[in-house]
Every structure is written in C-alpha cells, then in structure tokens.
Design a protein around this ligand. Structure first.
Ligand SMILES: C[S@@+](CC[C@H](N)C(=O)[O-])C[C@H]1O[C@@H](n2cnc3c(N)ncnc32)[C@H](O)[C@@H]1O
Length: 212
C-alpha cells in the first residue's frame, strides 16, 4: 500500500485513542523491534473484529508492548468478557504492567509471562477467539496447541501470514525459518477440515479461521 493511501485510510477511520498513541510512541522510544507493534489500522480492525464476534474469552499469543492486547480488550462488550495474553520475554513485564495499569481496559487483561506452549495448558480454558502473533517459526505448533482450546463456532486470527510478501517471493532464494514456518502454517490451515479459512491482505497479512 502506498503511504498516501495509508494516510487516507487513517484519516477516515476511528482515531487512535490517546493512551494507545502514547503506547505506540513509548514502544518506538523504549523497545527494540518496534515494527512488531500492531499500530493504528490493525488495532482498530482487531477491536472491530472483537465487536463483531462478541467473545467472552480471548487469548493472545505474543503480547510484545501490549498494543494489540489493549485493542482486543477495548472491543469486549460483555461485562464479564476477558483477555488472556502470553509473552515470553520477561524484560517486557514492567513496561507491560505499567501500560496496562494506565489503560482504561487494563482490568480486562490478564498478562502471563512465559512460553505459551507451557502456559496455555495451565490456563486450560475454552476461548471464543485466539490471536496468534508470537514466533513465526512456531505457527504450526501454536495452531495445534490452540485448536482444542477454541470453542466450536469460535475464531483464530493469525498475524503476518503473508510475511512481507515472502510467501510468494521464493524464486531461487534460500528460505529462512520464519518464512518456512508461515508457509507450513498457511498450507496446514488451507487443508484442515476443522476450520474455514480466509486471508486478508492487510498490512503483513491476517488469516481468519472459523472453527466448525
Ligand atoms: C509480533 S510480536 C507481538 C506483537 C503484538 N501482538 C502487537 O500486535 O502489538 C511477537 C511477540 O511474541 C513473543 N513470543 C515469541 N515466542 C513466544 C512464545 N513461545 N510464547 C509467548 N510469547 C512469545 C515475542 O517475544 C514478541 O514479543
């Protein structure tokens, strides 16, 4: 997408709330790899998808600076609806807890620090929506991990599934582990009879799965 078109879209969708604008700024100033932060457009889409699905329980794999977690939580409609989010990097914990404490939806978020492969079996709940956004090399493992924790009629959303266009740009190039992980995931969900699958070409590609 051209910068001009992106600016146009951002000028014609819901504004980014002030606390998320600050979080985005702090992410860029204080953290490495700030490009991983969902940002204005994808954040508003995540909130809108939560509004549409009206989940009671949401799970996120890969919190990073908490931008997407706050957007997902912002979309929750029911008073008892809640988000669990899992982040492996313990250096992010203070940053995350400080920003969740300031957030208008912080009380709707439970942060777990650790490897989602170990934490999810301990949470042991059934979710209406799962957002997969952790290590790209492990997307197949995450799908296998979460599928039995998604209620029938629930959804899985996976981020970065076009991986900067690398999924089709393979001609003669050595494939890196992250691209391999995304390709394996895309092939798996395209043929798994338990889910219906679409890919939105938004930002870095967003796959939406419906569990039958
Ligand atoms: C792309 S970032 C998440 C971005 C965030 N969801 C957003 O949209 O603003 C991926 C995060 O997943 C975390 N991560 C990687 N492997 C993980 C694992 N096995 N369990 C939990 N978190 C993991 C990384 O440390 C990183 O912070």
């Amino acid at each position: 997408m051209t910068q001009e078109l992106e600016d146009y879209i951002l000028a014609h969708i819901d504004a980014e709330p002030e606390h998320l604008h600050e979080l985005d700024r702090d992410t860029h100033i204080e953290l490495l790899y700030s490009r991983m932060c969902s940002g204005h457009l994808q954040g508003r889409l995540l909130k809108m998808l939560v509004r549409m699905i009206r989940p009671k329980l949401v799970l996120e794999l890969g919190t990073y600076s908490g931008y997407s977690a706050q957007c997902l939580a912002e979309g929750l409609l029911d008073d008892d609806a809640h988000l669990h989010t899992i982040e492996i990097e313990d250096e992010l914990e203070d940053f995350l807890r400080a920003h969740f404490a300031k957030s208008p939806v912080g009380d709707r978020i439970t942060l777990h620090i650790g490897d989602c492969n170990e934490i999810l079996p301990r949470i042991n709940k059934q979710f209406d929506l799962v957002f997969i956004d952790a290590n790209k090399r492990q997307y197949v493992d995450y799908f296998n991990l979460v599928i039995d924790h998604v209620k029938p009629g629930g959804f899985i959303i996976a981020d970065n599934t076009l991986w900067d266009g690398k999924v089709t740009d393979l001609h003669g190039k050595k494939m890196d582990d992250q691209t391999r992980g995304i390709l394996d995931f895309n092939n798996l969900v395209a043929h798994d009879p338990r889910v219906e699958t679409v890919i939105l070409p938004l930002r870095d590609g967003l796959t939406i799965l419906y569990k039958k």
